[in-house]
Structures are given as structure tokens and as C-alpha cells.
Write a protein that binds this ligand. Structure first.
Ligand SMILES: Nc1ncnc2c1ncn2[C@@H]1O[C@H](COP(=O)(O)OP(=O)(O)OP(=O)(O)O)[C@@H](O)[C@H]1O
Ligand SMILES: [Mg+2]
Length: 462
């Protein structure tokens, strides 16, 4: 069972530690004990506790001082004041400073437990509301995935069929194709919609930190582990966990994740208690995992566990018929956001947008439209609001070109231009693809795909 929550008791009296410790552990909470304000503050790195019971009268740093500092570290901290005498005044002062409630010593056990349950429920509801508002703001519902092409309709069917199940889902697609959007839609259309959707960015953390992030840790598990802490798996209980770019998961964590998926249970780092949570896993990748398996960089057994339902999201260049509705969708969205009355794009602009290959996929198209809306002074977006690279060699300016524009179709011109910009960027960075990708504003994986597609000989750049 996942615990009911971690409660931090800050009180200088050992007898209170003992009484409250027993009472709360018996009720299924975990407790953390501190005798002084200083000790307590050292344990707060920002989060980790579900509730704090704070004594107002303590030697050295008094409760009010501790409260101020705790609120500074974590403004959302849920604090209940324990006050020894009928000094209701200072308790009220504490509530004005952000304490949730207070309770007088001596207290009845039932009364205390009720106050605690209510406080935790209240906080959960608040967080829930915030999240719902957030979801609504971001409008990540199904209807926000725009697409009418055959390939996208297949994707919609797969989302609809798989969302209500508990099956693990693997999303494959190039950068910017909408993997995160689809992952959210799956969560939103499942019976988990009112529970958390948690994103794990496996590439951004070193292995040991990632593991304590995912599975939590117990006090003393490693230097700096000053208290028990829940991991993302516990936080995502009843909800979904989204492993973004799963290919970057290091071998140790791959092994751990596999075990969790097989046994559906795990332990906090350094812990001895087995925890069970109900979490649906969605993973995304923009790299070919089967290729990584060949290179011994990704576990085959984990791949088969993840690959229960695979949804391949095609690149935009393979569903160009979606470009006009996507363009109109983004024009509507960004003109509203920028309080402008822009009706659409000119036929000429639409033609250019339909020819271009969109290496950065929908994200690139979205950014381009946003930019055009911001720049445009007219009711219609014309080629003047397009970035120079799209129009410079399309005969819209007089810049001399190494290509003879007359002899090439518009499409060939765009492709030739794309290829030459890539070569230029690679030359500038002496063949370092990562830097070249930055220059071009695309992901390295995207650049790599394009280098292959255009058969650019990278050795010539170094
Ligand atoms: N079909 C679509 N309709 C409308 N907007 C879309 C669609 N697909 C993607 N987008 C938008 O494009 C942007 C990129 O999408 P998203 O972040 O989901 O891509 P991704 O595949 O996760 O990319 P990366 O691999 O780079 O993380 C987002 O702003 C998203 O809202
Ligand atoms: Mg993403």
C-alpha cells in the first residue's frame, strides 16, 4: 500500500514525538520528527512532506519564526499549529501567516486526526483544481489534435481504442509531431483523467538522481537524503506517467523500470517496504528503439514490455494535406492570443507552406505561424511575414542564388535551399551536428535524418 502521507512533526517535547509518532504511524501515515526549528528547516528542500505539525513554543527559534521560513521555502506547505496554552492569539497570528489550522494542547486524538485528514483532503482538492484549470487552460483535449489525413485518422482510432484501457503505450514519432499532445489526450480520455499526469524527462538527470526521483527514497539512503521522500511513481498513483524520450534512459534505470513493470511493485531507494501503485505507463521516442537494441543501448525485454500498443505519429511531410487546417487552427489560436483580427494566409503563402518539408514538424509550423501573426500588420498573412529562409530563394527577393530559379519547380527550390542551409550550418560548426542543429533550430535527431535524406557527406565538412 502506498502511505497515506508523510507528516513532519516539529516539537521540542520528546513525549509529543512519542505520542504523535505512534498515533499517526498506526493510522497509516509516515512521520518525520524534529526537535528544533533549525533541525526541521534542514529537512525541507522544498517539498516531500504532505503536512507539518508545528509547535509554537520552542526554545531558540520559536514556531512563528519556523513558520515564516517554511513558507518561504515552500509557499504551498500545509502547516497545522500546535499551541500549548490557550494562546489563541498567536495561533491566529500564525494562521494569518499561512498556517492552515491550529489545535490546542492537550488535544483529543480523534480531534487531531480529523483536523489532519481534513487538511490533507483540502490540499488534494486544491491541487486537483489547479491541475484541472491547468489542463483546461492548455486545452489538451482530443479536439485539439488537428488532422484530417488518412494517417492521422488511424492515429485517432488508436487513441480512442487504447485510452480507456490500462495498457502500456509506446508513441513513436519525430520531434515536434505531437507525441506529448497525444499522450495527454490518452490520459484525458481515460478514467484516470482526474488523477495526475506526470512527465518524466529521463535524459535530464544523472542515473542515481533519476531513480530517487522516480521511486523516492528513505532517510539516510544517500548523503543528502535527510528524510523520507515519495517518488513520481507514488505521486502518479491512479494516474499516468509519461516517459518522454525513453531512449535516453540509462541501463540501470531501464533494469529497474522493467522490474516495476513486471512485478507492479517497487521500493523507495534504501527502503525495505514494498510499495504498490496503480499507474499507466506511456512512453515516447523519436529514435528507432530497435536500432538501439541492435547497438546494445536499449534492453530488448523492456522494449517488449513497452511496446504493447504502438502508435506511430507520422511526420508532417507525410501528411501534407493536413497543413491547411493546421495553419488555420494556429492562425485562429495566435491571433486570439495576440488580440489581432487576422483571417488567414494568402494563397501564395499557403502554397509555400505546403511545399516545404517541415523537418521540425508541427512545432516548426506552429512557431512560424505565431511569428507571422506577431509581425503581420495586415488582415492576411503574406509572404513578407514569413521567415527569410522560406522566401529568399523563391524569387521574392533579388538576392543572387547559385541556383537558376527558372529551371526549378518551387518544391525543388525549397528542397535545394534546405540542403544548402544544412551544409552551410555544418560547415560553420565544422561538422558538429549538435551545434549545427542548434543553429538551424531543429533537434539533432531531425538534422541527422535530413543529412541522411539529402545524402550529405559529413566528412566533407570537417
Ligand atoms: N495534430 C496537432 N494539432 C495541433 N497541434 C499540434 C498537433 N501536433 C502537435 N501540435 C503542437 O505542436 C507542438 C509540438 O507538439 P509536442 O510537444 O506534442 O511534440 P513532441 O512529439 O512531443 O516533440 P518532441 O519530440 O520534440 O518533444 C505543441 O505545441 C503541440 O500542441
Ligand atoms: Mg515532447
Amino acid at each position: 500500500m502506498a502511505s497515506k502521507g508523510i507528516i513532519h512533526i516539529i516539537d521540542d517535547e520528546p513525549i509529543i514525538h512519542e505520542i504523535l509518532g505512534q498515533l499517526l504511524t498506526g493510522e497509516g501515515y509516515e512521520v518525520e520528527l524534529s526537535s528544533t526549528g533549525k533541525e526541521a528547516l534542514e529537512k525541507h528542500s522544498g517539498d516531500g512532506f504532505d503536512l507539518i505539525l508545528l509547535d509554537l513554543l520552542m526554545p531558540e527559534m520559536d514556531g512563528i519564526e519556523v513558520l515564516k521560513k517554511l513558507k518561504k521555502i515552500d509557499p504551498q506547505a500545509l502547516i497545522i499549529i500546535i499551541t500549548a496554552y490557550a494562546s489563541v492569539e498567536s495561533a491566529i497570528a500564525a494562521m494569518k501567516m499561512g498556517a492552515y489550522d491550529y489545535i490546542q494542547k492537550p488535544f483529543k486524538h480523534d480531534e487531531l486526526l480529523l483536523t489532519i485528514t481534513r487538511a490533507i483532503e483540502h490540499k488534494k482538492l486544491q491541487e486537483e483544481n489547479l491541475r484541472l484549470r491547468d489542463e483546461i487552460d492548455k486545452k489538451f483535449s482530443f479536439k485539439n489534435i488537428i488532422g484530417n489525413s488518412e494517417v492521422m485518422r488511424n492515429v485517432f482510432d488508436l487513441i480512442k481504442a487504447s485510452a480507456p484501457t490500462r495498457s502500456t503505450i509506446l508513441l513513436e514519432g519525430e520531434s515536434g509531431t505531437g507525441k506529448e499532445l497525444v499522450a495527454r489526450a490518452i490520459h484525458q480520455n481515460s478514467d484516470r483523467a482526474n488523477s495526475p499526469f506526470i512527465i518524466v524527462n529521463s535524459g535530464s538527470l544523472p542515473p542515481d538522481l533519476l531513480e530517487s526521483h522516480l521511486f523516492g527514497h528513505v532517510k539516510g539512503a544517500f548523503t543528502g537524503a535527510t528524510s523520507n521522500k515519495k517518488g513520481l511513481f507514488e505521486a502518479a498513483d491512479k494516474g499516468s506517467i509519461f516517459f518522454d524520450e525513453i531512449s535516453t534512459l540509462n541501463p540501470e534505470t531501464q533494469a529497474k523500470l522493467l522490474r516495476v513493470m513486471q512485478d507492479r511493485e517497487f521500493m523507495r531507494l534504501g527502503g525495505t517496504k514494498t510499495l504498490r501503485v496503480d499507474v499507466r505507463i506511456i512512453a515516447a521516442t523519436n529514435t528507432d528503439l530497435e536500432e538501439l537494441i541492435q547497438q546494445n543501448k536499449f534492453r530488448e525485454d523492456l522494449y517488449y514490455r513497452l511496446n504493447v500498443i504502438k502508435i506511430e505519429i507520422p511526420p508532417l511531410r507525410e501528411r501534407k494535406e493536413d497543413i491547411p487546417i493546421l495553419v488555420n487552427h494556429f492562425v485562429g489560436m495566435y491571433s486570439k492570443e495576440n488580440k489581432k483580427k487576422i483571417e488567414g494566409v494568402s494563397d501564395e503563402v499557403m502554397e509555400i507552406l505546403e511545399i516545404y518539408d517541415w523537418p521540425g514538424n508541427i512545432r516548426e509550423l506552429e512557431n512560424l505561424i505565431e511569428r507571422a501573426i506577431v509581425l503581420s500588420k495586415l488582415k492576411l498573412i503574406t509572404h513578407e511575414s514569413l521567415p527569410p529562409f522560406l522566401i529568399s530563394r523563391l524569387g521574392k527577393d533579388n538576392e543572387s542564388s547559385s541556383l537558376s530559379n527558372d529551371q526549378l519547380t518551387l518544391k525543388e527550390q525549397v528542397l535545394a535551399y534546405q540542403k544548402s542551409s544544412i551544409i552551410e550550418a555544418l560547415k560553420k560548426t565544422k561538422g558538429v551536428q549538435k551545434e549545427a542543429a542548434q543553429l538551424l533550430g531543429v533537434k539533432s535527431t531531425t538534422l541527422n535524418e535530413m543529412i541522411k535524406r539529402f545524402r550529405i557527406d559529413i566528412k566533407n565538412m570537417v
